[in-house]
Ligand binder design. Structure first.
Ligand code: NAD
Ligand code: UDP
Length: 309
């Protein structure tokens, strides 16, 4: 049995990861400050003797023992990470440093949840791991994008300088049950608007593209990376089907059979025009393959919101 810390474990992806790690027979310690996560996401795990929940902000140091650390603590939706931009940077610099210090002292493996946002508004398409990206360092998204870039730098420097066993996963847009209703990201906004009979808000003309990964596929990629000896990444994990935001809106309207209308709102600044992962490295090193088609994953997410709204 391994002792595994999941920071951000009460969040959307973190709660699915805690569940998987417990099912595989591990002891899981979830650290979360409940900024965007909620107790509801992990309520079903609280009776499990192998699950510990600690209210903790990773910007503060913590003394605790572990074999592995999955560092997911950080708001992921643009609305939430821009709400307190300075806190977002601190989480990615001070928080990541604290977790790396813990990994170094406890001799634990550590996996950092990085993001496709390190590629910014990409000029290379699809995005491969050796592309250095196109990020505006003074824009409204930079607290997150640059924060995650520094987090990757810190990971590599602790690896080179202190030999810490590190793993970097670059997560592309992931969706599924337990996303917060007020999350502000596109999949939740569209499904919630649609189920409430409200207009669906496309920012810009809807020609920007994203690639949507169902959470079960992502979490499988995460544990595969943690368990792959001698490989640090960074490695892209996601789904390589690419859709315009307008296509996504139309798909959700079709799947729910609703009468919602599409309305157009201004595009926020620095919103990437296109995004799709090149998954060659994940396929080769992790034997990773996304298995859930976007229509099936959306249906499961729609069912979830039908029961929770
Ligand atoms: P989420 O907002 O649901 O989860 C983030 C969790 O971290 C929440 O439970 C929140 O309360 C917690 N948290 C935030 N700041 C903290 C702090 N300082 N100390 C302790 N806990 C803190 O988002 P998510 O979609 O589950 O994302 C999880 C991770 O994956 C994030 O690091 C995010 O950057 C990364 N990621 C997600 C996506 C995606 O599409 N979902 C894409 C790329 C990267
Ligand atoms: N978007 C939209 N309507 C919404 C929310 C988002 O058109 O109600 C767009 C957003 O401008 C972006 C894309 O959908 O182009 C994905 O946004 P999201 O916030 O989910 O994630 P991002 O990939 O931009 O971080």
């Amino acid at each position: 049995m391994k002792n595994i810390i999941v920071t951000g474990g009460a969040g959307f992806i973190g709660s699915h990861l805690c569940e998987k790690l417990l099912n595989e027979g591990n002891h899981v310690i979830c650290l979360d400050n409940f900024f965007t996560g909620s107790r509801k996401n992990i309520e079903h795990l609280l009776d499990n003797r192998e699950f510990e929940l600690v209210r903790h902000d990773i910007v503060e140091p913590i003394l605790i023992e572990a074999d592995e650390i999955y560092n997911l603590a950080c708001p992921a939706s643009p609305v939430h990470y821009q709400y307190n931009a300075i806190k977002t940077i601190k989480t990615n610099v001070l928080g990541v440093t604290n977790m790396l210090g813990l990994a170094k002292r406890a001799k634990a493996k550590i996996l950092q949840a990085s993001t496709s946002e390190v590629y910014g508004d990409p000029i290379v398409h699809p995005q491969r791991e050796d592309y250095w990206g196109n990020v505006n360092c003074i824009g409204i998204r930079s607290c997150y994008d640059e924060g995650k870039r520094v987090a990757e730098t810190l990971m590599m420097d602790y690896h080179r300088q202190h030999n810490v066993d590190i793993k970097i996963i670059r997560i592309f847009n992931t969706y599924g049950p337990r996303m917060a209703e007020n999350d502000g990201r596109v999949v939740t906004n569209f499904i919630v608007q649609d189920l409430k009979g409200e207009d669906i808000t496309i920012y810009g003309d809807g020609s920007q593209t994203r690639s949507f990964c169902y959470v079960d596929d992502l979490v499988r990629g995460m544990t595969a990376l943690m368990n792959k000896d001698g490989f640090t990444g960074p490695v892209n994990v996601g789904n390589d089907g690419e859709y315009t935001i307008k296509e996504l809106a139309e798909m959700i309207i079709e799947l729910t059979n609703s009468n919602s209308k599409i309305v157009y709102k201004p595009l926020p600044s620095d919103d990437p025009c296109k995004r799709r992962p090149d998954l060659t490295l994940a396929r080769k090193e992790l034997n990773y393959e996304p298995t859930v088609h976007v229509r099936d994953g959306l249906m499961k997410t729609i069912e979830y919101f039908r029961t929770t709204l």
